[in-house]
Design a binder for this molecule. Structure first.
Ligand SMILES: NC(=O)c1ccc[n+]([C@@H]2O[C@H](COP(=O)([O-])OP(=O)(O)OC[C@H]3O[C@@H](n4cnc5c(N)ncnc54)[C@H](OP(=O)(O)O)[C@@H]3O)[C@@H](O)[C@H]2O)c1
Length: 273
């Protein structure tokens, strides 16, 4: 039976852990030829076993444009094109106003802003009509959690990129979506909760299901609501979706209903395309 991403070439940045890894697996299971990238080579090697032969891992820091040149040079040589770019790599760390130093700002801007710009821009020569860009946003981009001002600002910027790039790319027939995951207990989230005791209970109060999402269940990857949303955003059938938001519910089923609710909003954005 034909699969949704048969014959498609997909790039997932930050594909060695958390949301990126779950999404890379979902793309591969749907027939895609997937390139994942991340900075730690040993972690990339580790996950390749789990992902199977249709996935290639390339060590790459998205904050370093030369690394991205290497990534796309390899894809150009292997495949000659890119159909889906999932610009997902992101770092989150907290610092309250008064404690923000230059290194904190540089780390967040390098990966979350500069990294996403170059991940998408450097892919463009390989992208044709019908290709898709998906950016990982965050509910933090439109809320005010303590200590997360710089991270939240980077995520607000990404939603802005999605709107503007939709306009920049519409004549080339390339769609742009921003997908904002709910709170999911990935390695990044675990680190954040460890460094901010008491936060998990606070987050749970904000979530209708009263629990954070899990990306691994019984040792295996779990088909996250987020990965499902990413797949939808990347699918050919979703021509009219230009901004897709998944609310911070934290559970797969609630994420899915959030997608359904937000498709109405997405249609509104579609009118600008
Ligand atoms: N988890 C949540 O609840 C949540 C909620 C809202 C939004 N998000 C967003 O979702 C995305 C993924 O988060 P996650 O929770 O899955 O994080 P995660 O578990 O820490 O995974 C992050 C992935 O990105 C890679 N990465 C980080 N910096 C990179 C860089 N400069 N260049 C290339 N790869 C890089 C990491 O590998 P290396 O360290 O080896 O590079 C890893 O593969 C992020 O954009 C995050 O802001 C997450």
């Amino acid at each position: 039976m034909a699969k949704r991403f048969d014959g498609k070439v997909i790039v997932v940045t930050g594909g060695s852990d958390g949301i990126g890894l779950a999404s890379a697996q979902a793309f591969a299971q749907e027939g895609g030829t997937v390139y994942i990238c991340a900075r730690r080579k040993e972690r990339l090697d580790e996950v390749l076993d789990e992902l199977g032969s249709s996935v290639t891992a390339v060590q790459c820091d998205v904050g370093n444009p030369e690394d991205l040149d290497r990534l796309y040079a390899q894809i150009r040589q292997d495949q000659g094109r890119v159909d889906v770019v999932f610009a997902n790599a992101g770092v989150s760390e907290s610092a309250a106003l008064g404690e923000i130093d230059e290194a904190h700002v540089d780390r967040l801007l390098s990966t979350n802003i500069k990294g996403v710009i170059h991940t998408v821009q450097k892919a463009l020569p390989l992208m044709g009509r019908g290709a898709t860009v998906i950016i990982t946003g965050s509910g933090a981009g439109s809320s005010g959690f303590a200590g997360l001002s710089v991270y939240s600002a980077t995520k607000a910027a990404l939603r802005s990129f999605a709107r503007t790039w939709t306009t920049d790319l519409k004549d080339r027939g390339i769609r742009v979506n921003a997908v904002s995951p709910g709170m999911i207990k990935t390695p990044a989230m675990d680190r954040y909760l460890d460094n901010n005791p008491g936060t998990e209970a606070f987050f749970e109060q904000l979530i209708p299901m009263a629990r954070l999402g899990h990306w691994r269940l019984h040792g295996g990857l779990r088909p996250l609501g987020h990965a499902i949303a990413v797949l939808r955003a990347g699918s050919k059938g979703q021509k009219r979706l230009h901004l897709l938001a998944v609310s911070a519910t934290g559970s797969t089923s609630a994420d899915e209903s959030a997608i359904t609710l937000n498709q109405r909003g997405a249609k509104r954005w579609g009118r600008f395309a």
